[in-house]
Write a protein that binds this ligand. Structure first.
Ligand SMILES: Nc1ncnc2c1ncn2[C@@H]1O[C@H](COP(=O)(O)OP(=O)(O)OP(=O)(O)O)[C@@H](O)[C@H]1O
Ligand SMILES: [Mg+2]
Length: 232
């Protein structure tokens, strides 16, 4: 269980971007984080991981404060991260990317296990990661994070830039991860349909603050409530 309280964070001292955010993420749950471009979504994820400058607030994992821990400690403690963008290592094969994802972890998940969840990666295992399509690279980035056997996954805009026809398959893969493995996902997502499919709850971030909290069902049943916040 991840508990964030009053988190203030950014990049430069005295100029925070995230201005006092509270959130909870439990295993087996999906918390969507939505908001316009520049709202601070990516910065919030980076701050949880110790990749942005944390100025105030607490971050607890299973009751233990982690806000002063270095990123490698946090990731090893079970918080996986898939950054915004394609996020694969070009010049390495698919399988090498997956092995790197397990590096430094107590019990890395072997590529064979990951291929069962991402069959297309098995077919591409010996290819250079940069030769994969956008959607395949996104799957590889997610699989690489899973190689560290995380309990919680911070996913930054997994559907961005991939073909609409593949977003559905991505949703099915993520739903299966949550259902079968009990992984908790903090999902930054601009695709309302994907967020509505997966989210138990949705936070709306604007100018670094949470301005609304909606049950996931509202995304599907009353999309106008969220579209207003996103300027859609
Ligand atoms: N590395 C950085 N150094 C300084 N400022 C940054 C950096 N990255 C982002 N910012 C600023 O922080 C603010 C929030 O950016 P952030 O990337 O967190 O927004 P976002 O909600 O993820 O947006 P998007 O939907 O475009 O991904 C913006 O004003 C941005 O210019
Ligand atoms: Mg972002």
């Amino acid at each position: 269980m991840l508990e964030v309280r009053g988190l203030v964070a950014g990049y430069h001292a005295g100029a925070p971007v995230v201005l006092g955010v509270d959130l909870e993420l439990a295993p087996g749950r999906v918390l969507a984080l939505m908001g316009r471009n520049g709202a601070g979504k990516s910065t919030l994820l980076k701050a949880i991981l110790g990749l942005a400058r944390r100025e105030a607030g607490s971050i607890r994992l299973d009751g233990r404060g982690i806000e002063t821990r270095p990123t490698e400690w946090i990731v090893r403690a079970g918080i996986g991260f898939v950054p915004q963008g394609r996020g694969v290592f070009p010049g390495l094969t698919v399988e090498q990317n997956l092995r790197l994802g397990g590096l430094g972890h107590h019990r890395p998940v072997p590529p064979a296990t990951l291929y069962a969840r991402f069959p297309v990666l098995a077919e591409r295992r010996d290819l250079d990661a940069s030769s994969l399509s956008g959607g395949e690279q996104r799957q590889l980035a997610i699989a690489r994070a899973l190689a560290g056997a995380p309990r919680l996954l911070l996913l930054d805009e997994p559907s961005e830039g991939i073909q609409p026809s593949l977003v559905d398959a991505l949703g099915a893969t993520l739903a299966a991860l949550v259902a079968a493995e009990g992984i908790g996902i903090l999902l930054v997502e601009q695709n309302l349909e994907l967020a509505a499919r997966l989210a138990d709850e949705c936070l709306v971030l604007e100018d670094g603050r949470v301005i609304d909290r909606l049950p996931g069902a509202v995304l599907a049943d009353e999309p106008a409530r969220i579209e207003r916040h996103l300027g859609l």
